[in-house]
Design a protein around this ligand. Structure first.
Ligand code: NAP
Length: 277
């Protein structure tokens, strides 16, 4: 598995597994669990979840997936902005740890920038790290202006990633955020890398996939992962999709593919706010 380095030096897989939408329907649970287990077996040991997903049920599903193999996975979870006061963050983390049935979260993110001052959140994250409840922390859906504010807060420079919407259809991060993250030395964690499945229907993506005897999802993932310093967390709730996504790591897009993709999905010419889901 290719890896990318966090600012602290630890390396994480460039390809992981998302869990948004999982844990909602009991009839889907067995397939979802099988998918996560297969992904872990195939090296997708970076698992992204959040207290928000399925009101905590996604974290409980992750608990089942990582049971007995905790040391072999890297678990990411997120605190909701409404909970992100100093005490609220710590309580939310305790609840997540309980649902995940673990003693530590590997990377704990502020899910998006809310109304609360960053200072209290960062203080709580720093304390949680000190106590060993989390190993690293970071942010999500932070644009450059939010990161600029973050580093003015005591301890704010300790953030280890920014998880943002980044795929062929949403390239805003390329303009300023990605260079910023590179300067900071932290990876950008791309969420919705196949644009919630929409990219597998795109004619150009399908055409490029056929040329390489690959699948459209593999093209979408290979494109996101073409950049150093980027990792991606596609969600796949059926095992065949997991198998397919892992093989995206073997696909190299050529100059002609990039030209076609740039025409169909133009890069931003000027700064514009990040989209978010
Ligand atoms: P995504 O990963 O781009 O797309 C997921 C959709 O694509 C699902 O419908 C999935 O179908 C389908 N899919 C996956 N692999 C496929 C394949 N090989 N062939 C065809 N279809 C495939 O979108 P996402 O779930 O929004 O994003 C990924 C993860 O990022 C989330 O699950 C969540 O963990 C995280 N996220 C974070 C934020 C944030 O604010 N921080 C926001 C959104 C998402 P099946 O499920 O049927 O396999």
């Amino acid at each position: 598995m290719r890896t990318v380095g966090l600012p602290s030096g630890e390396r994480i897989p460039v390809l992981g597994q998302g869990t948004w939408g999982m844990g909602e329907d009991p009839a889907e649970r067995a397939d979802e669990l099988r998918s996560l287990l297969l992904g872990i077996d195939l090296g997708l040991t970076l698992i992204d979840t959040a207290e928000m997903y399925a009101d905590g049920n996604a974290e409980e599903l992750v608990a089942d997936a990582i049971a007995g193999r905790r040391d072999g996975v890297f678990v990411v979870s997120k605190v909701l902005p409404a909970n992100a006061t100093r005490t609220g963050t710590k309580k939310a983390c305790t609840r997540s740890l309980k649902r995940l049935r673990t003693d530590r979260i590997d990377l704990y993110l502020l899910h998006w920038r809310g109304q609360l001052p960053l200072a209290g959140t960062v203080e709580a994250l720093t304390e949680l790290k000190h106590e060993g409840a989390i190993r690293h922390w970071g942010v999500s859906n932070f644009d450059v202006v939010d990161l600029a504010e973050l580093i003015t807060v005591t301890g704010g420079g300790e953030a280890e990633t920014d998880q943002v919407l980044y795929n062929l259809s949403h390239r805003q991060a390329e303009h300023e955020l990605l260079p910023w993250c590179r300067d900071w030395g932290m990876p950008l964690m791309a969420y919705s890398p196949v644009d919630r499945g929409a990219l597998v229907q795109n004619d150009i993506v399908v055409e490029i996939a056929e040329k390489h005897d690959a699948t459209p999802a593999q093209v979408a993932l290979a494109w996101v992962l073409r950049n150093d310093g980027v990792c991606a967390i596609p969600k796949a709730s059926i095992p065949e999709h997991v198998r397919e996504n892992v093989r995206a790591l073997d696909l190299r897009l050529d100059n002609e593919d990039h030209k076609l993709l740039d025409e169909a999905f133009p890069a931003p010419r000027s700064p514009s706010p990040l989209d978010l889901y």
